[in-house]
Each structure stands twice: as C-alpha cells, then as structure tokens.
Design a protein around this ligand. Structure first.
Ligand SMILES: C[S@@+](CC[C@H](N)C(=O)[O-])C[C@H]1O[C@@H](n2cnc3c(N)ncnc32)[C@H](O)[C@@H]1O
Length: 171
C-alpha cells in the first residue's frame, strides 16, 4: 500500500449504522470505500451482498480479505454498473461531493430502499444542503459535525429512517 487511507467519519458511520438497523438491506454498494470500514459495518449487520468500489483498493482488500461475501472493485465510483442494491452509501472526498450530487438521477436508478451520502463538514456544506433539500425524498442530518443526506424511495422507508435518526439534528 503506497498511500495513507482515511477511514469514514463518525457522522456517516453512525447514520449508516442506524439506517442498516432499520431498513435491514440485503445488498449494499459502498462507493468510495477507502479502508472498507463501512462495508465491514454492513457485513456485521448481516447484509448478504456487498460491493465496495474505490480507485485505490489495496486497503479494502487487506481489511476485508476474510469477508467472503464482499466484492471489491477497483474503479471510478461515478461509473455505475447495471446492478441494483437495496442501499447505497457514498463517502466521497470533499472535492467530489458536487459531482455525486450532479449524478443523483443515475444513483436513484440503482437503489431500492435508500442512499446515504456524506455531504462534508456541516459548516462548509450550506450550498450542497440548499441544493439537496429541494429533493422531496431526502432527509439531511447533522451528525458529529458532518452533514449527511439520506435519500429514500417509499414513504414507509422515510418514516423508518426518521425514527432511526431520532435525537439527531434534522436540517
Ligand atoms: C473519505 S475517503 C472514504 C472513506 C471510506 N468510507 C472508509 O471507510 O475508509 C474517500 C475515498 O474516495 C476514493 N476516491 C476518490 N475519488 C474516487 C472516484 N472517482 N472513484 C472511486 N473512489 C474514489 C479515495 O481513494 C478515498 O479512498
């Protein structure tokens, strides 16, 4: 491994954990997987099929090698294959958050239940929050100083997510 890998922030980790607990997805796509920590969380929560994507996969391969049901793919997280997943989590670097938001229409075709997106440190995310809050099927929370967006498909999922995220600051 030739570079230092930053893990996920506590904000997206806690939001993802709560969403996993409430929606109980059977499959998850972990975009910008980095260390693989969010895939490992999904594995612990009994998600049956997990795919982890990053342009650098050395760390994920090392950290997830014992987890048979996790598929690791080296590639661009913004170029999706045709498969659908119950849940997508996207934890991009700050400089690629806008691109993820621009591609939301494509992402929406790929998740069945929900998508969790790291939107950056809350104090720097006001423009992204403004853009995303126009989406009627989106909840944004502040968690551990981060802004995290959760997109949902069905009303039942929205209610479950809101309940799961109780005690967090809704934006
Ligand atoms: C904030 S870190 C993700 C942390 C990760 N969630 C974890 O659990 O360790 C952002 C990651 O995005 C990756 N990355 C940056 N641009 C990418 C792209 N276009 N496609 C896939 N991965 C990308 C970086 O290599 C880095 O690992």
């Amino acid at each position: 491994m030739n570079r230092y890998i930053y893990g996920p922030t506590p904000g997206i980790t806690e939001v993802l954990e709560r969403v996993l607990d409430t929606l109980k997805p059977k499959s998850m796509l972990d975009l910008f997987c980095g260390s693989g920590a969010l895939s490992k969380l999904a594995y612990i929560k009994n998600v049956e099929k997990i795919k982890a994507v990053d342009i650098y996969v050395e760390a994920a391969k090392k950290n997830l090698k014992k987890l048979k049901k996790v598929e690791i793919e080296e590639g661009d997280a913004l170029k999706l294959d045709s498969r659908r997943y119950d849940l997508i989590v996207a934890d991009p670097p700050e400089e690629e958050i806008k691109q993820v938001i621009r591609e939301l229409r494509e992402f929406k075709k790929k998740y069945v239940k929900a998508m969790v997106i790291w939107l950056g440190p809350y104090h720097k995310a006001s423009k992204i929050i403004k853009t995303l809050s126009r989406d009627r099927k989106c909840i944004i929370v502040e968690a551990w100083g981060d802004a995290v967006g959760i997109l949902w498909k069905k009303r039942g999922h929205k209610e479950a997510i809101e309940k799961a995220l109780r005690n967090m600051q809704f934006i």
